[in-house]
Ligand binder design. Structure first.
Ligand code: NAD
Length: 354
């Protein structure tokens, strides 16, 4: 059905990409979802789309140029949205090479294939085509007590993850300035919400709290992050795709600056209300401060004025509402979590599942 838009989404079995794909298909978009199914890719997240002809899942790598070229030629997408990445800062400290391979080399290969496809399009299709690159506020480095990152803040990445995302942003920019590829880039702050892999702060806190385990908090817990509910990030991406100025970058943030310790305490308070511990103690008694992450950025804050004023985007969820929805989602989807923790979400993709 060519009346429906077709988008090639990469990394659509991950946290944000998965939420984005589900929402896009629900809104009538045909999605070709290319995902390498690393540890972070989870087909369980997409189970609700099984049998839906508007969703085509392809197990493959953005760095596989012949595969990407074939998908572009076959499905003729109106847009390509690049979510695929190695995304966990701690893993980038232990092993940066995979981050360079996917985030830098993979993005370059994807850009080359997309550029070739875009050049082959005729008039209207060529003019309407967009390549949207999903990036992070971490490329800007750390802030002091005050100030916020704007789109003109200098790049100053501090972790191998942030450095690899910065490099990919530069390549995307260069493909616009050098070849005219119609690109858009978004820089979002920390996301949270359903389908978030339980290695990240909020789902980790929920999962470990319920399991009666300690809740590790890095350093003094006073690192400040801006938090955005994932559905609001997805809406921002759709807004930038539809209305963004080609070649421009857009910061996306929730105006919800919180210290890590405050986030963990808020999770504990929600769980205390919803599923009190049998011994009557609060979940906060499980919090333990652990040695800080090397190079840990002290504070990030995002100024999303451009996105708000030029494109009219607003987050629909306050942090309180989004966090409550997230805790409720995890309580209602303990099976999704269990299958991540016991590894069965990975066995199935190898044809070894029950
Ligand atoms: P995620 O780790 O949950 O998902 C990444 C997905 O990409 C996984 O499904 C994985 O299998 C896939 N993938 C990895 N390497 C691939 C490759 N070579 N080819 C194809 N697929 C591959 O990450 P996320 O949190 O959903 O983040 C998505 C994007 O958003 C990333 O680019 C990330 O940098 C960016 N971002 C994330 C946040 C956040 O708070 N999570 C904030 C801002 C920006």
């Amino acid at each position: 059905d060519r009346s429906a838009p077709t988008w090639l989404v990469t990394g659509g079995a991950g946290f944000i990409g998965g939420n984005f794909v589900i929402e896009a298909v629900t809104r009538g978009v045909r999605v070709v979802n290319l995902d390498a199914l690393t540890y972070a890719g989870n087909l369980d997240t997409l189970a609700g789309l099984a049998g839906n002809p508007a969703h085509v899942f392809v197990h493959g790598d953005i760095g596989d140029r012949p595969l990407v070229a074939r998908l572009l030629a076959e499905h003729r997408p109106d847009a390509v949205l690049n979510f695929a990445a190695e995304s966990h800062v701690d893993r980038s400290i232990d092993g940066p090479a995979a981050f360079v391979q996917t985030n830098v080399v993979g993005t370059l290969v994807l850009l080359e294939a997309v550029r070739e496809y875009w050049a082959s399009l005729d008039g209207a299709a060529r003019a309407a085509f967009r390549f949207l690159h999903v990036s992070t506020d971490e490329v800007y480095g750390a802030l002091g007590e005050t100030g916020r990152f704007t789109e003109s803040s200098p790049y100053a990445p501090n972790s191998p993850y942030a450095a690899s995302k910065a490099a990919s942003d530069h390549l995307v920019r260069a493909f616009h300035h050098t070849y005219g590829l119609p690109v858009l880039t978004t820089h979002c702050s920390n996301n949270y919400g359903p389908y978030h892999f339980p290695e990240k702060l909020i789902p980790l806190a929920i999962t470990r709290a319920l399991a009666g385990e300690t809740l590790p908090v890095y350093g003094d817990g006073r690192q400040v992050r801006d938090w955005l509910y994932v559905a609001d990030h997805c809406e921002a991406i759709r807004t930038v795709l539809a209305k963004g100025r080609v070649g421009e970058t857009y910061n996306v943030g929730g105006d919800a600056e919180l210290r890590n310790i405050e986030v963990v305490e808020a999770v504990c308070a929600l769980l205390d209300a919803r599923r009190p511990r049998a011994d009557g103690q609060g979940y906060a008694s499980q919090i333990r401060f652990v040695a800080d992450r090397p190079g840990h950025d002290r504070r990030y804050a995002i100024d999303a004025t451009r996105l708000r004023e030029e494109l009219g985007w607003r987050p629909a969820h306050s942090f309180e509402q989004g966090l409550a929805d997230t805790v409720d989602w995890y309580l209602a989807h303990q099976d999704w979590v269990r299958r991540v923790l016991d590894g069965s979400y990975r066995l199935e993709r190898m044809g070894m599942g029950a």
